[in-house]
Design a protein around this ligand. Structure first.
Ligand SMILES: Nc1nc2c(ncn2[C@@H]2O[C@H](COP(=O)(O)OP(=O)(O)O)[C@@H](O)[C@H]2O)c(=O)[nH]1
Ligand SMILES: [Mg+2]
Length: 374
């Protein structure tokens, strides 16, 4: 009977400096005992095992784990022969191969990529905002080490909130807010994308599933930066390539700063599309107004436009700015944007949350303040 254990290769196949494998399942320890001749190991520990072939020892293998999720990682020399010997042994014992987890631009990776964007520009612009952050940190440190009264906390929360608002503007200025056109197939997303960027770059077709890959374009709208994204539509019955394209759209929706929900009489927004935009900054737009019915004015909380005739596009451009993180910069007396990094913003947000929850003790706050210190 096959043991309750499966393996997957985490590194690319072929010769390399190092190969890494992952083993999981209730009988992982028993499998390792046979394959690498080691005893059970403590959670999170490192152990050295020896891989044996028919003619004796082949190589040493580093065993890391079990990790908290029960997984064990094996790190071995990158020779193809060693990897093949290990895989052969596992297969001969009936240990099942499992596809390695897909690497996607989400979670940690996406955050790291986001944090890296524009850091050089941020550094250059950082100067004027530096003193304010230092003053804020000093005040917070005083709060964390003293016994702050409620009024002091409230004043500090207000200061951190103000910094956060300005920081969001700063980052939007440096990177450009990401605006995603979202809608059903044939709503006219690609047509609108073309119209807004002023070039016929995307293929337009009444045939659904025409758009597959994500398209991003950096625009200047009234001199403000904006990243406009066109993605595949989300059809309810999508399969194969269309389904894969839809998955990319979902990922883009999760990271967009503003979602334009594009409606059209012949391609209405579905409940599934609405659900993707739930809780996110959203702007409702009705396309194809040239076909009659709705005029060029804003109706039912949505702006009517025509990607074909250009009607409503000046208003749409303005609304994109007003609904983005750039909005506080458009006011008659704009806030002073300060270009803190994404990491600093996350820390500031954590500080604000900690200050708000009266239960949190000063130790937690102090730890955050120390991390925030420039
Ligand atoms: N009349 C009219 N047709 C439009 C408009 N926008 C797009 N279309 C048509 O709708 C169909 C789908 O357009 P497309 O941009 O490819 O839609 P997508 O699937 O949402 O990207 C095409 O036949 C377009 O010519 C519009 O504003 N008015
Ligand atoms: Mg399209």
């Amino acid at each position: 009977m096959n043991p309750d254990c499966c393996w997957s290769r985490l590194t690319a196949p072929g010769a390399a400096a190092l190969q890494v494998y992952s083993l999981s399942g209730a009988e992982t320890a028993a499998v390792l005992a046979k394959v690498l001749r080691v005893g059970p190991s403590e959670s999170g520990s490192l152990q050295l095992g020896v891989l044996h072939g028919a003619d004796g020892a082949i190589d040493q293998i580093m065993i890391a784990g079990p990790h908290r999720d029960g997984r064990v990682e094996l790190a071995l020399h990158g020779s193809v022969a060693v990897a093949r010997a290990l895989e052969g042994l596992l297969r001969s014992m009936g240990v099942q191969e499992k596809a390695a987890p897909r690497i996607s631009l989400s979670g940690e990776r996406e955050r790291a990529a986001q944090a890296a964007v524009g850091t050089k520009t941020l550094e250059l612009l950082y100067g004027p905002a530096f003193d304010e952050l230092v003053a804020c940190v000093l005040r917070l440190r005083h709060l964390a080490t003293g016994a702050p009264c409620a009024a002091e906390r409230t004043a500090c929360v207000a200061q951190v909130d103000q910094l956060l608002l300005r920081a969001a503007c700063g980052l939007a200025l440096v990177n450009g807010p990401r605006v995603l056109l979202l809608g059903a197939p044939n709503a006219g997303k690609s047509s609108l994308w073309n119209a807004l960027i002023g070039e016929d770059r995307a293929i337009i077709s009444a045939e659904r599933g025409t758009t597959r890959d994500m398209r991003s374009m950096a625009l200047s709208v009234d001199g403000w930066p904006l990243i406009l994204q066109d993605a595949a539509g989300l059809g309810a019955d999508a399969i194969g390539l269309e389904h894969a394209a839809g998955e990319m759209t979902r990922a883009a929706a999760a990271h967009a700063d503003l979602i334009v929900l594009l409606d059209a009489a012949d391609a209405p927004v579905t409940a599934a599309i609405e659900a993707l935009a739930e809780g996110r900054p959203t702007l409702r737009v009705r396309n194809k107004c040239d076909l009659g019915g709705v005029g060029g004015a804003r109706t039912c909380n949505s702006l009517a436009v025509s990607a074909k005739t250009g009607e409503g596009l000046p208003q749409l451009r303005r609304l994109l700015l007003e609904r983005s993180a750039l909005a506080p910069l458009l006011l008659e007396r704009p806030v002073a944007a300060c270009p803190f990094t994404l990491r600093q913003q996350c820390l500031l947000r954590a500080v604000a949350d900690t200050l708000r929850s009266l239960a949190a003790g000063p130790t937690q706050l102090l730890a955050l303040v120390e991390e925030l210190s420039p």
